[in-house]
Design a protein around this ligand. Structure first.
Ligand SMILES: Nc1ncnc2c1ncn2[C@@H]1O[C@H](COP(=O)(O)OP(=O)(O)OP(=O)(O)O)[C@@H](O)[C@H]1O
Ligand SMILES: [Mg+2]
Length: 363
């Protein structure tokens, strides 16, 4: 496998725990912090399990967003590049269904994708999941939210009756419990969350009025040493408006949200990853699982409403031992949410100091 070529010298704690357990055939519910290597923790044992002499779908990797599907399949292909004849297919909404149908005429061993499209393909009897005995759900709590749950249940029922299920996420709210009891009651549970937030991320808030937010952002841009930043808004409309304002201020900036055409989303994702622009304004579409190591600053232009969303957002920086900075613009209306999220995460978000030491987030 291409593990060393990826620069992985030794396994991270989640990999050390999950890989042998998955290889032993057990169901797994794994919780570990953002950026600690969960992806390879399921990809490596899945690649090990695949039998390329059999021409059917054996492994299903489900993720909640199209960009994450692209990222995950790319990693799967990289790590699995030395496995002869291995066929990995990525399939998501927003692409031509016919292309997927054509692709499925040839052998596919691993399918990585978003639930809706895979369900569509299996409903049309184009993707045969009947012999698929390994199901990975990354960002599992998101996949089990009401918007996906029904499709997910349907998909699982289409897979082999004896199958291994693995749930991965940094957050497992109690809503996941019912699914776990039903589908993987004897799962091996891994919980590497001794504390909830990442040690390498410094968090601050700036108390502002709504109409001061853009000015405040401008000040942050001029004072901070931003390698790349992700700036999150709470609605699609606000993403577009803010991106326009940032561009007017003279900064290079892209934006991405779920209402854009997929081709545009792909281009933005690709170009931001390649460093074509310093700032990316986004909705929560882009805050789960996306791994861009050069992002050292996350700005919550709008403060999120719950602690899971908060964790995933700030976890876009400070990945795998890197340092990161999270700045929250807080209005009067956000004050209770700020307090609640601090309580739930057992963390203190301090007021922003006049000067932020670069050693806290530049490395
Ligand atoms: N063993 C390893 N050695 C070095 N780097 C690693 C190792 N495992 C993973 N990484 C790197 O760490 C980064 C974060 O990994 P990954 O995206 O899997 O995190 P995650 O736990 O899934 O985070 P999130 O909860 O945000 O999705 C990636 O850039 C990955 O290449
Ligand atoms: Mg991940």
């Amino acid at each position: 496998m291409g593990i060393f070529e990826k620069g992985f010298e030794r396994p991270s704690p989640i990999q050390e725990d999950a890989i042998p357990t998955i290889l032993a055939g057990r169901d797994v519910l794994a919780r570990a912090k953002n950026g600690t290597g969960k992806t390879a923790a399921f990809i490596i044992p899945c690649l090990e399990k695949v039998d390329t002499s059999l021409n059917h779908i054996q492994i299903l990797m489900l993720v909640p967003t199209r960009e994450l599907a692209l990222q995950t399949s790319a990693i799967c292909k990289e790590i699995g590049k030395h496995l002869d004849n291995l066929q990995i297919m990525v399939t998501t909404g927003g692409t031509n269904l016919k292309d997927d149908i054509m692709r499925l005429y040839s052998p596919v061993h691993i399918v990585v994708g978003t639930p809706g499209r895979i369900h569509d393909l299996s409903d049309k009897k184009i993707a045969d999941l009947g012999k698929c005995n390994t199901i990975v759900m990354d960002e599992a709590d998101k996949l089990l939210s009401p918007e996906f749950q029904e499709v997910l249940e349907a998909l699982i029922s289409k897979c082999a009756p004896k199958r291994q299920i693995m749930l991965f996420s940094a957050t497992f709210p109690v809503t996941v419990k019912g699914f776990k009891e039903k589908h993987l009651p004897n799962a091996h549970i891994i919980n590497l969350m001794d504390e909830l937030t990442l040690r390498g991320i410094t968090q601050y808030y700036a108390f502002v009025e709504e109409r001061q937010k853009v000015k405040c952002l401008n000040t942050l841009f001029s004072k901070l040493e931003i390698n790349q930043s992700i700036i999150v808004c709470n609605s699609v409309n606000r993403v577009e408006l803010l991106a326009k304002k940032i561009t007017e201020l003279g900064y290079s900036c892209f934006y991405i949200h779920a209402k854009m055409k997929q081709a545009d989303r792909n281009r933005v994702f690709h170009e931001f990853r390649n460093g074509a622009t310093r700032h990316l304004v986004c909705s929560d579409l882009f805050t789960r699982g996306i791994d861009i190591q050069s992002v050292n600053v996350v700005i919550n232009f709008d403060f999120p409403k719950n602690s899971e969303t908060y964790l995933h957002r700030i976890g876009r920086s400070g990945r795998f031992g890197h340092l990161g900075l999270a700045i929250n613009l807080i209005t009067y209306d956000d004050r209770f949410n700020l307090y609640r999220i601090e309580q739930e995460l057992g963390t203190e978000i301090k007021p922003i100091p006049p000067v932020i030491d670069r050693n806290l987030y530049c490395r």
